[in-house]
Design a protein around this ligand. Sequence first.
Ligand code: SF4
Ligand code: SF4
Length: 410
Amino acid sequence: MQTALADSIRHTPQGIEADAVLRTCVHCGMCNATCPTYQLLGDELDGPRGRIYLIKQMLEGADVTRHTLTHLDRCLTCRNCETTCPSGVQYHKLLDIGRDLAEQRIERSWLDRFTRWTLRAIIPYPARFTPLLRLGQLFRPLLPSFLKRSVPPRQIAAPWPTTVHARTMLVLEGCAQPAISPNINAAAARVLDRLGIRLVAASGAGCCGAASHHTSGKEQGLGFARRNIDAWWPHIESGAEAIVMTASGCGVHVKEYGHLLKNDPAYAAKARRASDLTKDISEILMNEDLSKLVSGAKPGPKVAFHCPCSLQHGQKLNGVVEKILREAGFTLTAVPDAHLCCGSAGTYSILHKNLSQQLLRNKVTALESGRPGTIVTANIGCLAHIQSGTALPVKHWIEILDDCSSAGRE
Ligand code: SF4
Ligand code: SF4
């Protein structure tokens, strides 16, 4: 695609990056075919090609209206379009720049600003998020059903192993996950313990910064990234093999630290190293001898796996979890349209409730169609969102692998 960026932006780091992305797009529109918002709304400007065009116009100096911001906001950042695109367009990088520019030129409504501020003030801080969740859980029996579905019941974690092994890996605790589903990281630690790997949560690390990054709080998000790098660095220097992610939404963001901090001289090299070491838990297991783990295991009933967008489109790890679960003896049911987003998409389920609920209904219908006994996924946001739309139990896949390999040892 030919471009003629405005002089004011052409030579800035953002302008150079945006220009490079725009020039790879041939405007063929193939990406529209797999875009969830285009499928729901049928508007060219709610598909990737239209959004790319809006951003191009903005960069070339055209007027920006509130509609521009609305169409960019409606994007789930699911990156399905990147998987489909034959030209390798790095759409998410362009979208980031486009949203920044649109926000600089158009003021959001006070309600939108207040909602985003509230999300940024609560979600990344476990000391604020956890008490609010516990309050909701306390009054859960009294809540009307539509609210009750959004408040997951309290979960108790299985014990975290204490054996010291020669091999050590770090794990990100994150922000909301320890409050909603503390068993996920405990299950990962127990599975890795059986493989001779000690999993350690570095004190001082916390939210990955994605929630802030996607709610107009880029500087706050970068602050969390620097804090996490500082917390991990002594462990990295002591030989930690990897930084393990059990939430694919965090994983896709931490893998971008190197890119996000590339212009920060104090952190650029460390951020690159942290991103290189970051692995989804499935990437760790696919390189280990799982026969030690699953021999004698007795898998439960059929499961349906929802592969989060952040895992299949963001990290390009489609099929990895499925292979691990099949090797462990699980039967996976067929899930139609498995490439489509469930509608969780970080804070999208709060900021764009109607679209999110439509996607949730479609996803739950698809997941339940093979009559599974359990639904599993790989991201806490998807887990909580899907659980709000189904009566089936929804878990992280590492939990059922932990259950199954524990049972095999009893
Ligand atoms: S992003 Fe890719 S698929 Fe979409 S219009 Fe551009 S080149 Fe075509
Ligand atoms: S990221 Fe997802 S919602 Fe956004 S344009 Fe691409 S496919 Fe559509």
